[in-house]
Design a protein around this ligand. Structure first.
Ligand code: CA
Length: 215
């Protein structure tokens, strides 16, 4: 998994980001002001930098000027369209506005890492190998046929492992934002994944909420 620098002066938010990224297997390093951010961001020590804009000493935009290779996701309280444009023009890979949904951030981190190839292309557990790039799943070396939505759902669960995901959240992440389907669709797909892969105990039902992939 990736090595991620978090530059954010609000400790609670910095900790929240770290907690959630570490839950899904990343290694995080935290700094809380612009000066430390500039020092850490310089060079190519990290796979990804999560960069707040409004920081003491140096702003995220100023720090961004010194970042050459490392992918950046701006996280900021500002929602002015100009800031978004400025951030992206400076070379940021993505931009998220506070207050944000932490799972949304985790997903964006995943997307940026996939694009920049810093993320692992496969995930293995219990004799099962999931290959994300070619969307294939193997159990003890034999390919298991999953339907596209089943694969998408499995991918979301694995990438958010150890987190409880509501059925609504899963619908939104797997069936896109405007899907108005029934949350039972999620249950049906979960059942199929459990059966096909024989991993009923890994995909836990979270009472009155949804599901959690435990590892
Ligand atoms: Ca700030």
């Amino acid at each position: 998994m990736a090595k991620i620098l978090i530059v954010e002066d609000e400790k609670a938010i910095n900790d929240l980001i770290r907690f959630n990224l570490e839950l899904v297997g990343h290694k995080c390093f935290q700094v809380f002001d612009g000066k430390a951010g500039l020092e850490e961001a310089f060079g190519a020590k990290y796979d990804l930098i999560i960069l707040d804009v409004m920081l003491p000493e140096y702003s995220g935009f100023e720090i961004m000027e010194y970042i050459e290779e490392t992918p950046v996701i701006f996280v900021t309280a500002r929602s002015a369209p100009n800031d978004k444009i400025k951030g992206l023009r400076l070379g940021a890979d993505d931009y998220i506005t506070k207050p944000f949904d932490i799972l949304e951030l985790v997903e964006r981190v995943k997307a940026v890492l996939r694009r920049t190839k810093a993320d692992t292309a496969y995930f293995e557990f219990d004799g099962i190998r999931i290959e994300f790039d070619n969307r294939r799943v193997y159990k003890n070396g034999e390919e298991i046929q999953l339907k596209p939505r089943e694969f998408d759902l499995l991918e979301v669960l694995v990438n958010n492992r150890n987190l409880a995901l509501s059925r609504e959240k899963l619908l939104r992440l797997v069936w896109e934002f405007d899907y108005e389907g029934d949350t039972r669709t999620v249950d049906v797909h979960i059942q199929r994944i459990r059966q096909k892969l024989g991993i009923a105990e890994r995909i836990q039902t979270v009472y009155k909420t949804g599901y959690r992939f435990e590892i």
